[in-house]
Write a protein that binds this ligand. Structure first.
Ligand SMILES: C[S@@+](CC[C@H](N)C(=O)[O-])C[C@H]1O[C@@H](n2cnc3c(N)ncnc32)[C@H](O)[C@@H]1O
Length: 203
């Protein structure tokens, strides 16, 4: 890893806090801050987390849903198991149509919340990375529409860019409330933002 990047990481207060509190990623605080402000996850919820490795959001979600809830993480990379019995992980590609079946087989009931912090490998070519990110976000949205319980919530990472508006429009039709969120933890120079959609409407 480049020395400058390592130095910056060591100076980052959220990286240091995550290490101190035993969280697997600084991203953990993005979810905790967003839930604290917008209240889209609660005790007892069943949560699916797409693009979940190394598992920081799974840890955050478990701390919110408690013993009566359930958290399922999905990633192409292996996720080192968490110690609690109601937190599970599947190693799978979320773009694979068979993953939906795998997810449903591993859940105790339909989820209340679907999260996606999935990111493509960054190529450095802006349009390409934006389009890949939107592809992942659209797949997450399709999944949310198929599996969420009525009134369920959806929280997904996107990058700023040309395709964002049409994505947000798609999110608006099956949810009562949609908002663009930039948690304080997200670095200001990063183009990453999150789309929060609350109260899933089923026909
Ligand atoms: C920013 S990391 C997630 C960090 C996580 N929220 C945490 O707090 O630990 C993004 C993840 O998306 C995963 N990812 C990217 N494309 C994926 C795909 N097609 N299927 C499943 N996971 C994917 C990557 O492997 C990576 O682990």
């Amino acid at each position: 890893m480049p020395k400058r990047w390592l130095r910056e990481r060591e100076r980052d207060p959220y990286y240091r806090q995550a290490k101190k509190e035993g969280y697997r990623s600084r991203a953990t605080f993005k979810l905790l801050q967003a839930v604290k402000k917008y209240r889209f996850m609660k005790k007892g919820d069943v949560v699916v987390d797409l693009g979940a490795a190394p598992g920081g959001w799974m840890q955050a979600a478990r701390s919110i849903v408690g013993e009566g809830g359930y958290v399922l993480g999905v990633d192409i990379k292996e996720i080192i198991p968490l110690e609690q019995p109601n937190v599970k992980a599947i190693e799978a590609n979320m773009m694979d149509p068979r993953v939906l079946d795998q997810i449903m087989k591993n859940l105790p009931r339909k989820p209340n919340v679907l999260l996606s912090d999935a990111s493509p490998n960054i190529s450095g070519v802006w349009d390409v990375d934006h389009a890949r990110q939107i592809d992942l976000a659209e797949t997450a949205l399709e999944m949310a529409i198929k599996i969420l319980r009525p009134n369920g919530n959806f929280f997904v990472k996107v990058f700023h860019g040309d395709l964002l508006n049409s994505f947000v429009k798609k999110v608006k039709s099956p949810f009562k409330f949609v908002k663009i969120v930039k948690p304080k933890v997200s670095k200001s120079k990063s183009s990453e933002i999150y789309v929060l959609a609350k109260s899933f409407i089923t026909e």
